[in-house]
Design a protein around this ligand. Structure first.
Ligand code: HEM
Length: 188
C-alpha cells in the first residue's frame, strides 16, 4: 500500500508513544523495514500486520482502531492536501471524488501494474444529489476503514447521513458496495 497510509499511523505513534513503541510494534508485526514514503508502494501484508500490532499495542479492536485512524487521516490529509477538500463543498461531493483522488495519488507510482492496482479498487456506481453508491474491491478487505472514513467525512462537513454495506467481500461477495444517503439539511 502507498506509504501515506502507514505514515499517518506511524507519525501519530511516534509523537504520542515514542520511537521505541513504533519499533516494538513493527517487531511484533514482523515488519523488517518500516516505510512511510508517500510516493512508494509497500507490501500490503506488512501494512496490515503493522495495523494489527498497533491495535494490540493501543488495546483497540479493529473497529476502534479504524475510528481513531479515520480521525488522524482526515486531519492529516486536510493539512497536506487542502485542495481536495476545497474542491468539494459537501460530504457527498468529496466522497464522490474519492476514487479519482486515489487514482491521482496512484498515478505517481512508476510501475503501471501497481498504478492500475491502486486505481481499480474503487468505482462510483451511482451518484445523485443525496445518494452515492461506491464499489470497493481489494484483497486488503478494508471496508471497516471506508465506513470509519465515511462517518469522519460527514463530521468534517457538518452533515448527517447513512451508509449501508449491501455487499461485502467478507460475506463472500466479489466487492463491497457502499450505499450512502445524505440528509438534506446540514447538521451544522
Ligand atoms: C484526501 C483524501 C484521501 C487521500 C489523499 C487518500 C489516499 C489514499 C492512499 C494513498 C491509499 C493507499 C492506496 C493503495 O496503496 O492502494 C488509500 C487507501 C484507502 N483509502 Fe483513501 N484517501 C483519501 C480519502 C479516502 C476516503 C474519503 C475514503 C473512504 C470514505 C478512503 C478509503 C480508503 C480505503 C478503504 C483504502 C484502502 C484501500 C485498499 O488497499 O484496499 N480514502 N487512500
Amino acid at each position: 500500500m502507498i506509504g501515506l497510509i502507514q505514515r499517518v499511523l506511524i507519525d501519530h505513534l511516534e509523537i504520542h508513544h515514542g520511537k521505541a513503541a513504533v519499533e516494538s510494534i513493527a517487531a511484533q508485526a514482523g515488519v523488517l523495514s518500516l516505510g512511510r514514503r508517500i510516493d512508494t508502494d509497500y507490501d500490503d501484508a506488512d501494512t496490515l500486520a503493522f495495523f494489527a500490532a498497533a491495535g494490540d499495542y493501543l488495546e483497540l479492536d479493529f473497529d476502534a482502531l479504524m475510528t481513531l485512524y479515520a480521525d488522524l487521516f482526515i486531519k492529516w490529509t486536510r493539512q497536506h492536501y487542502p485542495i481536495f477538500f476545497s474542491m468539494a463543498d459537501s460530504a457527498q461531493a468529496f466522497l464522490g471524488r474519492q476514487p479519482a483522488i486515489h487514482a491521482s495519488l496512484g498515478a505517481g507510482i512508476r510501475d503501471p501494474h501497481l498504478r492500475d492496482r491502486v486505481s481499480d479498487k474503487f468505482r462510483v456506481v451511482e451518484k445523485s444529489e443525496l445518494k452515492l453508491i461506491v464499489d470497493y474491491r481489494s484483497a486488503n478487505g478494508l471496508c471497516t476503514l471506508y465506513r470509519a472514513l465515511f462517518l469522519r467525512v460527514l463530521e468534517e462537513y457538518g452533515q448527517s447521513g447513512e451508509l449501508v454495506e449491501t455487499r461485502c467481500q467478507h460475506r463472500g461477495d466479489e466487492a463491497c458496495r457502499f450505499d450512502m444517503t445524505f440528509a438534506e439539511e446540514s447538521a451544522a
